[in-house]
Design a protein around this ligand. Structure first.
Ligand SMILES: Nc1ncnc2c1ncn2[C@@H]1O[C@H](COP(=O)(O)OP(=O)(O)OP(=O)(O)O)[C@@H](O)[C@H]1O
Ligand SMILES: [Mg+2]
Length: 236
């Protein structure tokens, strides 16, 4: 069974019809890169899966459970996690408290101290700053915090919206190593990226979205080698 199976997804912002019968499957333990131009519908696809669109129809199943009829908070509890494009570090909360929100969102059954210790081992820069206000972190550190908050409850799948944006190259490579480690531990990843080369080197499979529809699906290696398709659909 696919970990995530999207079938005939349509989504709207008010009267604006943005996704047009989009279908896409992500198998357990794979990294799928979702790429495409600005405005193609990448963020809208992720928001539809997470229950954050005002209107979405079709079918989105996560490990066999239909999501579209569930409220957003119930989707987090099934083991789905989300790193939004705009990071959403909560003002007025410390790094530690932002991490605690990740545990709360997942249903709060996890030993908090052990979970924060584990995150501190993975992200030494966050460990030194657990009591600092989250919004005073640098941009790169805030992105690490958003990823750590998504990971902390041990999700089965993480949807990431442009995690490399605005991050220096050395940290982007570290992030890639982290995503590979998560994949090797059995976590499924859907990775939306503008940094197409990096995403394709990391991913197992690749799909291209254009004007709210999937127009290409292949191994990541095949798309990496196909400059013509990349230029047609991914040139910014
Ligand atoms: N809140 C909104 N209200 C109305 N239209 C929106 C809203 N958010 C996005 N759209 C429109 O929906 C379409 C898809 O947007 P989406 O954010 O999914 O694109 P994207 O592929 O994530 O682009 P980018 O690479 O720039 O992040 C665009 O035409 C956009 O203008
Ligand atoms: Mg987007």
């Amino acid at each position: 069974m696919a970990m995530l199976e999207i079938e005939e997804l349509n989504a709207w912002y008010g009267a604006s019809h943005v996704l047009h019968g989009l279908s896409l499957a992500v198998e357990p333990g794979e990294i799928v890169a979702l790429v495409g131009r600005n405005g193609a519908g990448k963020t809208t696809t992720i928001r539809s899966v997470m229950g954050l669109m005002p209107k979405a129809t079709g079918s989105v199943r996560f490990a066999g459970t239909e999501l579209l009829t569930l409220p957003a908070h119930a989707r987090f509890r099934l083991g789905l996690a989300y790193v939004p494009e705009e990071r959403r570090i909560v003002p007025g909360l410390s790094v530690r408290e932002n991490l605690q929100l990740g545990l709360l969102a997942a249903g709060g059954r996890i030993d908090e101290r052990a979970a924060i210790d584990e995150i501190a081992r993975t992200f030494p820069r966050l460990k030194e700053r657990l009591d600092q206000q989250g919004v005073t972190l640098s941009g790169g550190e805030q992105q690490m915090l958003a990823i750590a908050r998504a990971m902390i409850a041990g999700p089965r799948m993480i949807l990431l919206d442009e995690p490399s944006e605005g991050i220096m190259p050395v940290l982007v490579e570290e992030m890639g190593a982290l995503f590979r480690r998560l994949r090797d531990e059995g976590v499924t990843l859907l990775l939306v990226e503008q940094n197409v080369e990096w995403a394709l080197r990391l991913a197992d499979r690749a799909v291209i979205i254009d004007q709210g529809e999937i127009v290409h699906s292949s191994s990541a290696a095949a798309l990496l080698a196909d400059k013509a398709i990349q230029e047609r659909y991914c040139a910014v």
